[in-house]
Design a protein around this ligand. Sequence first.
Ligand code: DP6
Length: 386
Amino acid sequence: MDGKCCTCRAPVNIAVIKYWGKRDEKLILPVNSSLSATLGMDELHAKTSVAASSQFKDDRIWLNGKEESVSNPRIQNVLKEIRRRYAQKGDGDSAVMKVHICSENNFPTAAGLASSAAGYACMVYTLARLYGVDGELSEVARQGSGSACRSVYGGFVLWEKGQRSDGTDSLAKQIAPADHWPALRILILVVSDQKKQVGSTEGMQTTVATSELMQRRIEVVPQHTEQMIKAIKDRDFETFARITMQESNQFHAVCLDTYPPVFYLTDTSRLIIQMVHAYNTMCEKTRVAYTFDAGPNACLYLMEEDVARVVGLVNHFFPPGSDTSENFVRGRPVTLLEQPSQEELAHFQIPRSESAIKYMIHTKVGSGPEELNEEESLLTSSGLPK
Ligand code: DP6
């Protein structure tokens, strides 16, 4: 293994059944199961290089161009677990070498998108490749960040909460592959005012400690999950969309029921919610779903045939200003930018807000982590960032 280096990329995932609340903080065991779609890596991914060498004195890590401390307990847990599995194999050089880890996202961290999921999934996958460790990697990624365990797989992914106190059954599994629902598309609307928010880890701790509604949520999530799995398997968009929106709303309701309350949605987020419901009412069918994580950005799930029309509406109600006009629609090309007609606009009782959305990212459901060629490495041959 001496002098070896490995580079991989891993995807972002967006939950349609939300993970919010732990029953074990150290092992990161959730109070409920959750379910997500993995997003396309051409549009959004984390990339990580790991080098191991007997020449290295310490483990070191660089995240998005800045050296960070490896003493972070979550990084330590991940490293320890991979090394434990490597030692267990017993066929290698048991003197464990120090590693240099370098990781970057291909999307701006300022976009406020869940980057810890892709980041930890990528770190775990790359370390496992380098050390030649197999076995269930979602169990390791989970110990970096809960949502990261779902980024270990492509397609639609269920994280089963498990029962055991050692976490060995709290694992992610794919319920449908990336190409299962080819017409499904995802639009991420990056909202401009990114105020400092309460982090997920802290926010969910306070919710579990103080929210009474959370008890009710724990009771209903199993039903939501069962219906969601069926909707995905049947490609039943209406049910998929309804549960996705209800789940997002319930998650934000328990945030409001947290004491002191936690607010992630902003006025722009609420206008997006209104726009989606008005669109569905106009179509007399549920054709678009929104979901929001621990921040104001919207993630819309919709069918390919609706993309141009919805992008046209976003462009109309949230027109780019002088600071936001560059590359307003990123990612997969949007073939036709339709301008909404006056007749259509009459269905929407919402004001226009210039510059409220910075840009959109158009993507679809994608595959799991993958190894990249040597030329893609973020580290030089001496193991320092390029
Ligand atoms: C709202 O996975 O970031 O995005 O396990 O403490 O690292 P930790 O939390 P994290 O929480 C994500 C919460 C969410 C919902 C979800 O992704 O399911």
